[in-house]
Design a protein around this ligand. Structure first.
Ligand code: B12
Ligand code: SF4
Length: 523
């Protein structure tokens, strides 16, 4: 299904001008996944007859100088960019300066989960013209109409804008419920090969191509560290999802899908329906998705596995009840363990995501988490433990403000270095004590991982060293532990599949407190 334009609006002042430029900023990674938000926004604009261009700074690593050159040779009505809270000072601020300098008569707007919760700050700090609040498919159409003089900004719900030296924040739009009425992402505007062939996901065959897709938006929960851009969960008709999958397979040859839904497995009946529909349409795919531990029972997991699920991300976060309650995780330790056992039993790789650094966390809770990771590790990723980050808009952010640990967005962006570093200290320990403990825990996990996979203790040492530089020497160039694992696997030609098959363990009881092990690798 490809949507036809209803009308074509050719700007009168310059027939070669595109109406809208959407800029996907660089996240400085070698691997990039298709940015769905831009695909949806572009499709909506095109469906209404506007011409859209996408500037993918992510895959091509374009610099701001290159962007400036491009902008100085072009003209647009609107220029949009979105971002998440990371790399704000290093990337987003400079990017906005470049756009502001060369935007000419265009209106420059921001959107996405980074700016939405803190529009006033964004308008003042970045001097952009507008901020779109929340999901933006319908809002950008109205902004375009305002730019063409067909309506005023004051009447557009879901925006904040500068009006002279005032900032105006309009009310939010009502939640958009009918996801099936949205056009499919405008894939044809993107360098698809750069996205489908760039990343090797868990459980993916070497030659497979991968695509991101959503079958729902939203979540049933409100975990304290998680920012929800809209309230409520909305799901798509699975028949429409199947059509989209078919189209992607036929057009781009993608057979691996990364479902970006926060909660792919809800309601559970939908999981079974998905399996049936794939069978009915004779579609063989592989995929990864997200779940909550409470929803991941054996029946659901088996159906997921049968329909091609290779990896499921479950935010276990902790195996201490007081900490889980503090996070508002709405899960028990038993349910976490049960889900871990189920994943191992049905042989679906599982993301062992653990956070340490909440108010109720102690040395004991840290090592309980380490033991849980070690027992259930399927070694398809190197697992380390991270501190929670109080991203703007999340309940944890407001808790940090209430506790006097943060004064607002500016303070957050000054303190946030990356998600392996504490932005603020919620714990009972001094920062030094905290990092000493976390370092020992992560060192233990890293050694355990490499001993059980490639045996490449040089790679282990390198990773441990990079954690040491990060925690104790303020070297924030660290870009995540998984890079070291990937490189080591490449060297040793060990497939993730083999690692999973070799190491499944299914006992969960009697998690006891274990102190850091003495290891032969020196750090
Ligand atoms: C995919 C993803 C990523 C990918 C993004 C790559 C890509 N090309 O898509 C990667 C792996 C890089 C990533 C990284 C991170 N992520 Co992330 N990620 C997601 C995830 C799972 C899906 C995003 C998505 O595609 N959604 C589907 C689309 C349709 O929805 P959407 O993105 O919300 O888009 C709508 C609106 O937000 C808005 N919008 C979005 N962009 C734009 C741009 C413009 C110009 C406009 C006008 C509007 C607009 O309109 C869209 C359509 O309605 C979300 C969770 C989720 N399910 O949304 C988290 C999420 C966005 N990530 C989050 C976080 C915290 C991070 C990291 C900081 C994590 C980390 N530990 O480092 C990093 C930051 C990276 C960076 N350098 O900035 C948080 C953001 C929280 C916050 N307060 O901003 C989220 C919401 C998860 C969560 N619930 O906590 N992430
Ligand atoms: S962490 Fe997961 S379960 Fe919790 S609110 Fe966020 S998306 Fe939902």
């Amino acid at each position: 299904m490809v949507f036809e334009s209803k009308k074509v609006i050719i700007p009168l002042d310059n027939p070669f001008k595109k109406n809208v430029l959407l800029i996907v900023h660089d996240v400085h990674q070698d691997f990039n996944t298709f940015p769905l938000a831009y695909g949806y926004l572009a499709a909506m604009l095109q469906k209404s007859g506007y011409s859209v261009e996408i500037y993918c700074m992510d895959v091509f690593h374009y610099t701001n100088d290159q962007l400036e050159k491009k902008l100085s040779n072009s003209q647009y009505d609107l220029i949009g960019a979105g971002f998440m809270p990371a790399r704000f000072e290093e990337t987003v601020v400079g990017l906005c300066q470049s756009i502001n300098k060369y935007k000419k008569k265009a209106w420059f707007f921001l959107g996405g989960p980074g700016p939405t919760p803190i529009p006033q700050y964004m308008l003042e700090r970045l001097e952009v013209d507008l901020v779109v609040l929340g999901e933006a498919e319908h809002t950008i159409l109205e902004i375009m109409e305002a730019k063409l003089g067909q309506r005023t900004l004051a009447e557009i719900k879901g925006i904040a804008y500068r009006d002279g030296d005032q900032v105006r924040i309009n009310s939010r739009r009502p939640l958009y419920r009918d996801l099936d009425a949205l056009p499919w992402p405008a894939w044809d505007l993107f360098p698809m090969e750069s996205y489908t062939g760039s990343i090797q996901m868990m459980g993916m065959e070497a030659k497979e191509k991968m695509m991101t897709i959503t079958t729902s938006r939203g979540c049933t929960d409100t975990c304290s560290f998680c920012y929800r851009i809209e309230k409520g969960l909305r799901i798509r008709d699975l028949n429409e999802v199947i059509k989209e999958i078919k189209y992607l397979i036929e057009t781009y040859g993608t057979t691996f899908f990364q479902f970006q839904d926060e909660l792919f497995v809800f309601p559970r009946q939908r999981v079974f329906e998905f399996e049936e529909l794939l069978k009915e349409h004779n579609l063989k795919i592989s995929y990864c998705c997200n779940s909550r531990a409470v929803l991941f029972d054996e029946e659901v997991a088996t159906s997921l596995m049968r329909s091609g699920c290779k990896f499921v991300n479950i935010g276990f976060e902790s195996v201490d009840q007081a900490v889980l309650d503090e996070m508002n995780k709405r899960v028990t330790i038993e349910e976490n363990f049960k889900a871990l056992e189920v994943a191992n039993k049905v042989k679906i790789g599982v993301g062992l995501n653990f956070l340490w650094g909440f108010e109720n966390d102690t040395l004991e809770t840290l090592w309980k988490n380490v033991e849980a990771v070690k027992i259930y590790n399927s070694f398809d990723q190197v697992r380390t433990i991270r501190p929670p980050s109080p991203y703007p808009g999340s309940p944890l952010y407001y808790r940090a403000i209430q506790k006097g640990l943060l004064s607002g967005p500016d303070d957050f962006f000054k303190k946030f270095k990356n998600s392996d570093i504490m932005t603020v200290n919620f714990t009972r320990y001094s920062e030094e004590e905290y990092y000493r403990m976390l370092f020992e825990a992560n060192k233990d996990l890293i050694l355990h991982h490499f001993k059980n996979t490639t045996g490449d203790m040089e790679a282990a040492q390198e990773l441990i060293d990079s954690f040491r530089r990060l925690y104790f020497e303020g070297d924030y160039t660290f870009r995540g532990a998984r890079k070291y694992d990937r490189e080591s696997r490449k060297k040793a030609s060990i497939s993730t599949k083999k690692a999973v098959a070799d190491t499944l363990v299914t006992e969960s009881d009697n998690i006891t407190l274990v102190q850091p092990a003495e290891e032969s690798v020196t750090v």
